[in-house]
Design a binder for this molecule. Structure first.
Ligand code: ADP
Ligand code: TPW
Ligand code: MG
Length: 587
């Protein structure tokens, strides 16, 4: 059913004129926004209601869209962002003005940083009053504030422009390097009326929103030349490769070239972590000792030590080839000897064509070096994963969850925390693409429940959230949202009484230490408060049983997993980024 309003404009009815027999059919800003989104295949809105967008949400729901209401806009925004990552269509987050907008803005900035396509749509106050700073209800110049934090920002003042604005927002979000877009809709816009026919004609269905970007043949030839001459080649798969949904081509690249690969966190599962050419469990050796590195949708940012330093071995020992859709990514940190600019699907297809049938696979001694390193690392880890005693440490608890994902490879794993994140990333093997969702480029806490909701809504698959107790606290209230929509989400809180560890004390003895929480808190009862299932476990066996039960039932579940408060290390595995004071205060 079209949302075009069946409004009869009685004000223009004049019995003395012929038009009286044919009253004009009208539409308005509300309907045009909904029609524009629907026309472009957008089926879901994540948001929080309030002035001036309450009716927009209601009407979108009445028009058959899925409207998922959250308890806080940041989580709605995170849901929209990860929906964008999972589907390649922009996720939509809808908020009220100033404070709601600002709450959503963190998610918008985070989406942009991670190259996830989303559109933050916020209502805003009267332009005339805002611009004169006369103190309107929730007054704020939202457009100006959003602009530096996202890829593009637009404001719509006339109902007739809604179609174009939505089209521009969609294109900006998904074309080229994906990112966040802000769309400012002032309150007055929603009730502006226009002729329904003209309104319908003003809508734009975006054709080919993310056009293929074909790499230059010379760039492909250059990259192949580098690979051909490599003695110890390595492929690094990043979340751009996961986003691109070129899964078969990624597999073909690895298997045709025989080049070992290392997946970045959210690229895990693009090929199963158990693949013979996976060097994930020999990451340090692979990065340090490789000579030619092909980056596929991965930036040489801090997560890859900027392409230099001891992670990458001797200075000058590396030649980088980079596939990315963003030309300005090339040479961002170190020289890229073979830049391949284009979309990953087109670039991989061209590389594979260039390799042809007779491509020699990577040298056997290099593959063997990585294979034996990997096996040694896996063997070293194995006993730690099998302990079944209380209190659990991270390894033994994660050993249980590793088996869960092995047995249920289509489940989506959401993961945040410090030790809980770093150790889960290493321990839990992934088997399918886009099944691991985590804190991404910023290492941001608070994505957990938003990602979980969208993962369940967008894919219909079961979701397992592995959350540090601190990480969970950032979005914990959304367990109500999970219960309200009855989503198949199982949250496991790794409860070690605090941030990194639960053992710190305030040297003055006055307050709790800055990193600790109420000890032995029962997070499971939060879930029970809203009708979900709560469980409290102290051993890996109990944990495994509780997760299996949750995933079999599909019921919203929170499992409070008691972890030894002394088990964690400062900042997980990135403690070295902590600045240290060199000043010793005299007492
Ligand atoms: P990771 O954190 O996994 O290393 P990054 O977020 O740093 O990954 O890098 C992802 C890269 O992928 C970005 O530079 C982005 O421009 C690129 N990218 C995203 N989508 C595509 C695509 N379809 N084709 C090519 N590159 C892409
Ligand atoms: C938005 C800083 C990084 S990790 C973390 C914080 C607060 C929590 C670690 O404790 P947790 O994990 O989750 O209990 P564990 O297993 O080690 O005990 N604010 C934001 N983002 C970040 N990254 C932080 C603060 C941080
Ligand atoms: Mg903790």
């Amino acid at each position: 059913m079209s949302a075009v309003a069946k409004l009869i404009d009685t004000s223009t009815a004049d019995v003395s004129t012929a038009e009286a027999d044919a009253p004009m059919e009208l539409t308005d800003g509300f309907h045009l926004v909904i029609d524009a989104l629907k026309l472009n295949g957008i089926k879901t809105i994540y948001g929080v209601p309030g002035i001036p967008i309450t009716d927009l949400g209601r009407m979108a729901q009445a028009e058959g869209m899925r409207v998922i209401s959250f308890r806080h806009e940041q989580h709605a925004g995170n849901a929209a962002a990860i929906a964008g990552f999972l589907t390649k269509a922009p996720g939509i987050c809808l908020t009220v003005s100033a404070p709601g907008f600002l709450n959503g803005l963190t998610a918008l900035a985070n989406a942009t940083t991670n190259c996830f396509p989303m559109i933050l749509i916020s209502g805003s106050s009267e332009r005339e009053i805002v611009d004169l700073q006369q103190g309107d209800y929730e007054e704020m110049d939202q457009l100006a504030i959003a602009k530096p934090l996202c890829k593009a920002a637009f404001r719509v003042l006339h109902a007739a422009d809604i179609g174009i604005a939505v089209a521009r927002a969609i294109r900006a979000a998904v074309s080229g390097r994906p990112g966040g877009v802000y769309l400012d809709l002032p309150a007055k816009l929603f009730s502006q009326v226009m002729d329904a026919e003209a309104g319908a004609a003003s809508l734009v269905k975006v054709i080919d929103a993310a056009p293929a970007q074909i790499p230059a043949p010379s760039a492909i030839a250059r990259a192949l030349e580098e690979l051909k001459n490599a003695k110890r080649p390595l492929i690094v798969l990043g979340k751009g490769a996961a986003y691109a949904q070129a899964d078969e081509l990624v597999r073909e690249l690895v298997e045709t070239s025989g080049i070992p690969y290392v997946p970045m966190s959210m690229a895990k599962g693009l090929l199963p972590d158990t693949h013979p050419l996976s060097a994930g469990a020999a990451r340090s050796t692979a990065l340090k000792d490789s000579d030619v590195v092909l980056l596929v949708g991965a930036r040489l940012n801090w997560l890859l030590s900027h392409g230099k330093g001891k992670t990458w071995g001797a200075p000058g020992s590396k030649r980088f080839i980079q596939i990315d859709i963003e030309p300005r990514e090339m040479d961002s940190n170190v020289e890229i000897v073979a830049p391949v600019v284009g979309d990953i699907g087109s670039c991989l297809a061209a590389l594979l064509e260039g390799m042809g049938q007779g491509w020699k696979t990577a040298p056997a001694d290099w593959i063997e070096t990585l294979r034996s390193k990997r096996e040694a690392n896996v063997a070293k880890m194995a006993p730690k994963l099998m302990k079944n005693t209380a209190p659990m440490d991270f390894h033994s608890a994660l050993g249980a969850l590793r088996t869960v994902i092995k047995e249920r490879p289509d489940a989506i794993l959401v993961n945040e925390g410090a030790n809980t994140l770093d150790l889960a990333r290493g321990i839990i093997d992934m088997y399918q693409p886009r099944k691991r969702l985590d804190v991404g480029t910023w290492g941001i806490m608070g994505i957990g429940m938003g990602f979980a909701v969208a993962a369940a809504v967008e894919t219909g698959k079961p979701v397992l959230c592995v959350e540090g107790d601190s990480a969970f606290g950032f979005s914990g209230m959304e367990v109500e949202t999970i219960c309200r929509y009855n989503l198949p989400v199982c949250i496991v809180v790794f409860n070690n009484n605090g941030i990194y560890r639960g053992t710190d004390t305030d040297p003055t003895g006055r307050d709790p230490a800055t990193t600790v929480f109420v000890p032995e808190a029962r997070y499971d009862r939060m879930m029970e408060a809203f009708g979900g299932v709560g469980a409290h476990v102290t051993t890996p066996d109990e944990l495994k049983r509780a997760v299996d039960a949750a995933m079999d039932s599909g019921k919203p579940t929170l499992i409070n997993a008691a972890i030894d408060p002394a088990a964690g290390s400062e900042s997980g595995n990135i403690g070295s980024l902590n600045p240290q004071s060199v000043v010793k205060k005299k007492k």
